[in-house]
Ligand binder design. Structure first.
Ligand code: IMP
Ligand code: MG
Length: 180
């Protein structure tokens, strides 16, 4: 696996290897399988960023479950969250009376999660929890609760494993951080 990459003239270094990510996902899934034993939660992936994490996580889930997707846009092609969250694809599933598990790639400002929470809770789910692969606590600007966190990271820009840089690099197998 490459230790360094150059994208748009910026240098990135390996932060989380494929193996490290896979191992942590197994742990998160084991916790979810145990917490939701006997239930049939709906996993809701937030597009586009969570698609790879979602696919890996869901294959470690052994309880009955359903899946759906929400598509949001807040960043455009910038590296800093605009805070202007827009809904590009709504849910198709019935939320009322269901156990909802939101699956995110990363919580940065937390504004997207705030929006998702408000949108979902309006439809009265039985329960609402969040799993995020990455969490940048120093960047959070809103009051949100995260139930399952893969890795807590510094407020640095990361790419790969679903996370993009101006829509590119989502296909990298590992996660890389931008070098300052
Ligand atoms: P938030 O609303 O600021 O918490 O961030 C929302 C979305 O921005 C995340 O779901 C990601 O898709 C994207 N994002 C946040 N931080 C990064 C990053 O470091 N690299 C790539 N995308 C990011
Ligand atoms: Mg995202």
């Amino acid at each position: 696996m490459a230790k360094n990459l150059t994208v748009n003239g910026d240098t990135f270094e390996l932060m989380l290897s494929e193996r490290t990510i896979k191992n942590r996902i197994k742990e998160l899934a084991a916790q979810i399988n145990s917490d939701y034993a006997g239930k049939t939660p709906v996993f809701i992936g937030i597009l586009n960023g969570s698609f790879i994490f979602f696919a890996d996580l869901i294959r470690e889930i052994t309880i009955d479950c359903e899946v759906d997707f929400l598509k949001l846009s807040s960043y455009g092609d910038a590296k800093i969250s605009s805070g202007d969250v827009r809904l590009l694809k709504d849910l198709n599933c019935q939320v009322t009376g269901r156990d909802i598990i939101i699956v995110e790639d990363i919580v940065d400002s937390g504004l997207s999660m705030q929006y998702i929470r408000d949108l979902t809770l309006r439809q009265n789910p039985t329960s609402f929890r969040v799993v995020t692969l990455l969490y940048k606590p120093a960047s959070v600007k809103s009051n949100i609760q995260l139930d399952y966190v893969g890795f807590t990271i510094k407020p640095e820009f990361v790419i790969g494993y679903g996370l993009d840089y101006a829509q590119r690099e989502r296909n990298l197998k590992a996660i890389y951080r931008m070098k300052s």
